[in-house]
Design a protein around this ligand. Structure first.
Ligand code: ATP
Length: 361
């Protein structure tokens, strides 16, 4: 296992002369710690596969370096990087048995037979493949084949990292949940550095200790699921993580007060030095705004509908032209077309040109 450092790493498929703004991966410097479980999360086209392929060596970066445990491996081929990869679709040998498939990456490297047998048994047990070990892979379902692919990725204990590129896409939804939990358990048992690419926030948040969120070729935040929820560093993270996503509305901010549609909202921190000319917005998750009966002093909103999610209800409202979601407190019955909104100042964040502004205490 290795610590992976990306140093000013960037990639353009159009060559190094292209403008940085058009790069598939804009310059990034970050560290992936040894033994960490990471998810690389973002919508289609944001650059996840590009970053994964740079780490594995399938793609050579236009700029920057990749270090494994401090050593520059940027010029090395995929084989020399000692990486295991699991792709979207099963990569297995149909003519081999399940056991032979699992043993293949070890056999290929001349690992002693006793060691191979022990490791194959361990991985097969963990993935519930033991009853199938002697069966030819060709007769298995797509789900089982992908489990073998996962097993082949996990079977080596000496790899620098295991990279998963949307590995559960072909898996039946029910089994998906089981396999995700299983991967998390495997991560704990095997002490492996894992990087898991997905566009599905549930998949990312349930698998990873650290979620790396990408948007438009940039890493916009790297943090625990709780950090991404409580303090999104970028409005995109606020909007992309959470269901419903964070409310983001234009505001005027001065000191400890934000004005939304001219109405004052108290802030927990002071914002005296906002960048001149920046687009200023306030972000607050629906969980931290309650609807109440309209009252003087409360920001007024037009109710459009109520979404009852079982354990929680959200009111979909409008403030002027802006769409907004707010929690309906337990026991509160919504009547009429307008409501007052009660903000929890601790969770109201300020953004300048989409980036979080820290403010002062
Ligand atoms: P998806 O989830 O759809 O796979 P992604 O987040 O993995 O998306 P990438 O596949 O890394 O995104 O693509 C990032 C950008 O680079 C996109 O604009 C894509 O069109 C472009 N791109 C990817 N591969 C190539 C290539 N081989 N040549 C040219 N452009 C590419």
């Amino acid at each position: 296992m290795a610590r992976i450092d990306l140093v000013d790493l960037a990639h353009s498929y159009g060559g190094n002369d292209a403008a940085t703004e058009s790069f598939a991966l804009k310059p990034v410097t970050m560290t992936w710690r040894q033994g960490g479980a990471y998810a690389l999360l973002g919508p289609s086209g944001c650059g996840k596969t590009t970053l994964l392929n740079l780490i594995s060596g399938i793609v050579t970066p236009s700029r920057g370096q990749i270090l494994f445990d401090g050593a520059d491996i940027t010029p090395l081929s995929t084989q020399k990087r000692n990486i295991a990869q699991v792709f979207q679709f099963p990569v297995i040998y149909d003519t081999m048995t399940v056991g032979q498939n699992l043993a293949f990456p070890l056999k290929n490297r001349g690992v002693p037979k006793a060691e191979i047998d022990a490791r194959v048994k361990q991985i097969a047990d963990l993935l519930d493949l033991t009853p199938h070990l002697d069966r030819k892979a060709t007769r298995l379902t797509a789900d089982a084949k992908q489990k073998i692919s996962l097993g082949r990725g996990l079977v080596r204990s000496d790899v620098a990292a295991i990279l998963f590129d949307e590995p559960l896409t072909v898996i039946d939804p029910e089994l998906k949940w089981q396999l995700r939990s299983k991967l998390k358990a495997l991560h704990r048992d095997l002490d492996l550095t894992m990087i898991y690419v997905t566009h599905d926030q549930t998949e990312a948040l349930t698998f990873a200790d650290t979620v790396v969120v990408m948007h438009d070729g940039r890493v916009v935040q790297s943090g625990t699921p709780a950090e991404l929820f409580d303090k999104p560093a970028h409005t995109f993270v606020g909007y992309f993580i959470g269901s419903p996503g964070m409310n983001i509305v234009p505001a005027e901010v001065r000191g400890r007060e934000a004005r939304i549609s001219g109405h004052p909202i108290a802030l927990n921190r002071s914002y005296d030095t906002l960048p001149a000319g920046a687009k200023i917005e306030v972000g607050v998750r629906p969980e931290f705004v309650d609807v109440a009966a309209p009252a003087p002093g409360l920001l007024s909103a037009n109710i459009e509908r109520i979404d009852d999610l079982g354990r929680v209800r959200f009111a979909r409202v409008r403030i002027g032209d802006a769409k907004f979601a707010a929690r309906v407190p337990p026991g509160f019955s919504v009547s009429g077309e307008t409501a007052g909104l009660v903000f929890n100042p601790t969770h109201v964040h300020v953004y300048a040109d989409s980036r979080l502004v820290e403010g002062t205490a």
